[in-house]
Design a protein around this ligand. Structure first.
Ligand SMILES: Cc1cc2nc3c(=O)[nH]c(=O)nc-3n(C[C@H](O)[C@H](O)[C@H](O)COP(=O)(O)OP(=O)(O)OC[C@H]3O[C@@H](n4cnc5c(N)ncnc54)[C@H](O)[C@@H]3O)c2cc1C
Ligand SMILES: *[C@@H]1O[C@H](CO)[C@@H](O)[C@H](O)[C@H]1NC(C)=O
Ligand SMILES: *[C@@H]1O[C@H](CO)[C@@H](O)[C@H](O)[C@H]1NC(C)=O
Ligand SMILES: *[C@@H]1O[C@H](CO)[C@@H](O)[C@H](O)[C@H]1NC(C)=O
Ligand SMILES: *[C@@H]1O[C@H](CO)[C@@H](O)[C@H](O)[C@H]1NC(C)=O
Ligand SMILES: *[C@@H]1O[C@H](CO)[C@@H](O)[C@H](O)[C@H]1NC(C)=O
Ligand SMILES: *[C@@H]1O[C@H](CO)[C@@H](O)[C@H](O)[C@H]1NC(C)=O
Length: 513
């Protein structure tokens, strides 16, 4: 689409007649207009919704070449920028990938993209496996925040400010040697921004709750290019909105995280025989009513077809702890022996076993009240359904234990104040021709699990954004009053509806049912 506009000359004459100061809007709008005029050769019409043209304007405004802010498919560095791990399904060839190196560049970029009415997507760590959320095809621009990767500890050490392009490994590499932790990811390769916007389940959640409830301040670039802080005292409504509304308001360009003093930890990992899966899941349910009440304990579980793998963790060195008694009568094989060590050592173990390279992944989620019999039943349903997967696909069941204290009224998730399971599962495969079949099987798995949980009266409405599938209705799962808050915050801070109209996909208000 291309609308005729006598923009440049007209504005120039207007400005010279009236004086620039009489002209509305921040002065940087002239940067935008200048870049557009350079790119369109002073023609009389701006090509709207034309990603190639928008990329040209972005190159002029942000610079290309040595600082590589804008990279197009013909550039030699394009593939490595596009082919970010985690899931190969998410590597869409955008018209160009821009990598702003400052908040000011993000602001300028969003002004240009908005003015030119061009589709865009925002990517930080790229670890969400829903295609089109942190990626866009040739009709749009991908804003990659990987260059916004600074990490700064406050002088008084009480907070750590991180850029959205950081991965958790770099964050822990900074704080752990200082005797501090932040409530962050459990796997080092994951990006901080998507994780934090989706709430975030941490090894420290039994102690401090969800990761995003430990954020002191967000810096946000709004749809009109303004840069604002959101905290309890500055734009508190936006601060609240970002505790659930995620990608509906702006682009977060930094997070100020609370730090907590912690030293070495205790950890061990066990593998259970597949024959003992049911007994293991019953024990895991029991843990949620017993050991999980000890805030220093943490239990992380994955169930591949070979049987449950469990990481038992305690946030200080101990000889033993009763927190893991729920598991004590079950025979197991030692994977990591009982160890007192640093979180960094544990992370180096936890780094193994995640897909890299050209693996495709997809997963979905549902939540339920803790109920041992249902845990076993649900896994049985999953196991029966994954028998239908095509050759080469692997499925992993990930029960995720949340303590009652993760629920609070400061966020918009609408959680019940009870121990609960945010069940996740994911499938990995390599053959793109199997995509549609795998997405269909995933839908069936979700439908059957939800129906079974409903029948047993254990279903909880909440859907965990970080592990939800492409078409799961995450925002609706927070409840109508929380959705209304998100709508109000978006109406106030994104009145132009930039994040609804031009953002490629996501858990967006525009998709509410
Ligand atoms: C191996 C692995 C382990 C994981 N472990 C955990 C875990 O322990 N706990 C947990 O809670 N989750 C976990 N997750 C899920 C993870 O939190 C989500 O996938 C999360 O979205 C990843 O963040 P990212 O920045 O890498 O994502 P991206 O794919 O870059 O982004 C995810 C979404 O956020 C948007 N977005 C990204 N950056 C910004 C920004 N700065 N401003 C506005 N919008 C933005 C994107 O547009 C997209 O919609 C894990 C995922 C993987 C693959
Ligand atoms: C290139 O990047 C640097 C920051 O690394 C920035 O200061 C400079 O303005 C950029 N060049 C252009 C032309 O924008
Ligand atoms: C970007 O860089 C390339 C190669 O250095 C150059 O040919 C091209 O003209 C530049 N584009 C713009 C818009 O400056
Ligand atoms: C946001 O807060 C930080 C830290 O207090 C401050 O340095 C920065 O200038 C603030 N930015 C805006 C736009 O208010
Ligand atoms: C698991 O069950 C199978 C089938 O009942 C049996 O053959 C096998 O020996 C069992 N393995 C263990 C370790 O108990
Ligand atoms: C871990 O530390 C505790 C407390 O100092 C100690 O009693 C225990 O023996 C240590 N365990 C191992 C395996 O080193
Ligand atoms: C993705 O993973 C592959 C294989 O491990 C690795 O070679 C490549 O460097 C990774 N790419 C990125 C962008 O991390």
């Amino acid at each position: 689409m291309s609308l005729s506009l006598t923009r440049c000359c007209f504005l120039a004459i207007f400005a010279s007649l009236c004086g620039v100061h009489a002209f509305p809007g921040p002065s940087q709008y002239s940067d935008v207009d200048w870049a557009i005029s350079q790119a369109d050769g002073h023609s009389n019409s701006i090509p709207f919704n034309n990603a190639q043209f928008t990329c040209k304007v972005l190159e002029i405004a942000l610079g290309n070449g040595s600082n590589n802010s804008v990279v197009e498919p013909s550039d030699s560095s394009y593939d490595s920028l596009e082919d970010i791990n985690y899931s190969a399904t998410c590597r869409l060839p955008a018209a160009c990938i821009i990598s702003p190196t400052s908040t000011a560049q993000v602001s300028l970029a969003i002004k240009i993209i908005t003015k030119l009415r061009t589709k865009f997507a925002v990517r930080s760590g790229g670890h969400k496996d829903t295609p089109g959320f942190a990626g866009v095809d040739g009709t749009g621009v991908l804003i990659s925040l990987s260059e916004l990767n600074s990490i700064a500890l406050a002088k008084d050490r009480s907070t750590l400010t991180v850029g959205p392009g950081c991965r958790w490994q770099a964050v822990y590499d900074t704080v752990v040697p200082q005797g501090l932790i932040v409530v962050g990811g459990r796997v080092g390769i994951v990006g901080v921004a998507g994780f934090l916007l989706g709430s975030g389940v941490s090894y420290y959640t039994n102690h401090y709750g969800l990761a995003f409830d430990n954020i002191k301040r967000f810096e946000v670039v709004l749809g009109d290019g303004r840069v604002v802080n959101a905290s309890a005292s500055q734009n508190p409504d936006l601060f609240k909105g970002l505790h659930g509304g995620a990608t509906n308001f702006g682009i977060v360009t930094s997070f100020e995280l609370n730090t907590y003093p912690f030293g070495d930890i205790y950890y061990e990992a066990r593998v259970y025989d597949t024959n003992h899966t049911a007994a293991f899941l019953e024990a895991f349910a029991e843990y949620q009513f017993t050991g999980q009440l000890d805030p220093l304990s943490s239990v992380t579980v994955q169930v591949p077809s070979t049987g449950p793998v469990v990481l038992l963790q305690y946030a200080k060195p101990v000889a033993s702890t009763s927190s893991f008694d729920a598991f004590k009568n079950l025979p197991y094989t030692t994977y990591i022996p009982p160890t007192n060590g640093t979180l960094l050592e544990l992370l180096s173990f936890a780094a193994a076993g995640f897909p890299t390279g050209d693996i495709r992944t997809y997963g979905e989620t549902f939540s339920h009240k803790v109920d041992a019999a249902f845990m076993v039943q649900a896994y049985g349903i999953f196991k029966a359904e994954i028998a239908n997967l095509p050759a080469g696909a692997q499925a992993i069941w990930v029960p995720t234990a949340l303590p009652a204290k993760a629920a609070n009224d400061n966020n918009l998730l609408g959680l019940s104040k009870i121990p609960q399971q945010w069940h996740e599962w994911f499938i990995t495969w390599t053959d793109a021709s199997q995509d549609a079949q795998i997405y269909a099987i995933s839908k069936t798995i979700t439908a059957k699990l939800v129906a079974a949980a409903k029948a047993k009266n254990v279903l909880l409405p909440y859907l965990f954004m970080n592990t939800a599938g492409t078409s799961q209705h995450v925002l609706e799962s927070f409840g109508a009053s929380n959705v209304q808050v998100i709508k109000n915050v978006a109406a106030k801070h994104d009145p132009g509806q930039v994040f609804q109209k031009y953002q490629n996909d996501g858990y967006l208000l525009r998709k509410l049912q």
